[in-house]
Design a binder for this molecule. Structure first.
Ligand code: SAH
Length: 396
């Protein structure tokens, strides 16, 4: 934008006006940018410059308030983006036990020092998680305030091929550009009529695709979301299936969301069966990268674990997980399988999930059960497959 403004011989403050129009007002046409003089708008249009948001093609609304958006880009490809008015039970501001803790940390001024510098703490278990087992903390805000989470996609489809995930069935079509990643957020913010930082929005890179296989664009998008859209870094979490070299790179980024790793199995044989990428980066190298990851003050790594009935949910599995994570500053988010057509696994019952959680907690590992959000509209974890045919009726 700066070089465009420069070529047009315009003063540099126009760049700021342009950026604000795109990222904050979320203008959908050059003519809408009222801060720019008429004549400049005409010249931009003549040069073929256009601004806009990806198109919301469909909207499915769940009984629990979750909205699944089908969002289409200029070339007709589409992804899914999910709006969770009360989060999904695991990240800052979502009203869950784990979320409340994250919230307190997110509000803490000592988290993430200014200028991208970070204070690295030893990767040790966090005492505060233990306290949270017995103490419930009050939500300071009214309904919907500071609790909403947007789950965004990084690729059209996914190449990782996890056996329990519906997105895998699509294969990967292409990477999203940084602009398309940010565009999803802007389109949803506009549709929901909210604006950060006044409205506190949490963001998870946990939609379709593997963010660390579209690394450059993901990092650029994260920077734009912080610097231009105004979403705080500490309110964002990126999840990776375990692309180990990028975990190392990510630790060195100046702007970096919190890190989550999809563990999903307690030993190599099982993980290779469920997540074929484990052949390339096995648990030993994955856990070594996680242990070496430079955590900032009051930061921890999240491990996600999808529980598959009778497959990876036994007490033995739980003990192996506890062993893998021993002594790490981390927490575990347990997700009971969200079912879908073509997925051969079953969802364990609540008792089984609670039993798994109990073993982890007794081993000193903070473990939380994630509430499924929007299962009825195929919006929950692992269900994003552009399923227009199975969904309930689109919202008006
Ligand atoms: N590709 C990245 C980002 C997606 S995050 C990653 O794998 O981390 C989506 C999360 O949902 C992952 O933790 C994944 O393991 C989990 N998941 C996939 N399919 C699921 C399903 N059917 N039920 C519940 N969780 C699922």
């Amino acid at each position: 934008m700066a070089s465009l403004v420069d070529t047009l011989g315009e003063p540099s403050y126009r760049t700021k006006q342009f950026r604000e129009a795109v990222y904050q007002q979320r203008a959908e046409a050059i003519e809408q940018i009222s801060t720019l003089p008429q004549q400049l708008r005409r010249r931009l249009a003549e040069k073929g410059v256009s601004v806009g948001l990806p198109r919301i093609e469909k909207r499915f609304v769940s009984q629990d308030g979750t909205v699944r958006y089908l969002i289409a880009f200029a070339d007709g490809q589409s992804v899914e983006t999910v709006w969770m008015p009360e989060g999904d039970g695991g990240e800052a501001g979502d009203g869950s036990e784990a979320g409340e803790l994250a919230e307190r940390f997110a509000e803490s001024s000592s988290l993430y020092t200014a200028g991208g510098e970070s204070t690295t703490e030893k990767n040790e278990p966090i005492a505060a998680f233990r306290r949270s087992d017995t103490q419930r903390h009050r939500q300071p805000q009214g309904q919907n305030q500071g609790r909403s989470t947007i789950c965004i996609s990084s690729q059209v489809g996914c190449a990782v091929d996890c056996q329990f995930c519906l997105t895998a069935l699509l294969g990967v079509k292409r990477n999203l550009t940084a602009g398309e990643i940010v565009g999803q957020v802007c389109a949803v913010l506009k549709d929901q009529k909210v604006s950060p930082p006044e409205d506190r929005i949490n963001l998870v890179f946990m939609g379709m695709g593997e963010p660390f296989l579209n690394y450059e664009n993901f990092v650029k998008a994260a920077r734009l979301l912080v610097e231009e859209v105004g979403i705080a870094e500490r309110r964002m979490t990126v999840s990776t299936a375990g692309i180990v070299p990028r975990i190392h790179d990510f630790g060195g980024e100046a702007i970096r969301p919190k890190l989550a790793i999809s563990l999903n199995a307690s030993n190599d044989a099982l993980r290779t069966r469920l997540m074929p990428l484990n052949k390339k980066w096995n648990l030993e190298v994955l856990m070594a990268a996680a242990r070496a990851y430079p955590l900032r003050t009051r930061e921890w790594i999240t491990f996600e674990y999808v529980l598959l009935g009778g497959v990876n949910d036994t007490p033995e599995n739980a003990k192996e997980v506890a062993e893998l994570l021993r002594g790490m500053r981390c927490k575990v988010n347990l997700i009971a399988l969200n079912p879908g057509p073509g997925i051969e696994f079953t969802t364990p019952d609540a008792e089984r999930v609670a039993g798994f959680q109990k073993i982890l907690r007794e081993a000193g590992i903070p473990a939380f059960v994630r509430r499924p959000r929007g299962r009825d509209i195929y919006a929950a974890c692992g269900q994003l497959k552009r399923t227009v045919e199975v969904a309930t009726k689109p919202a008006p």
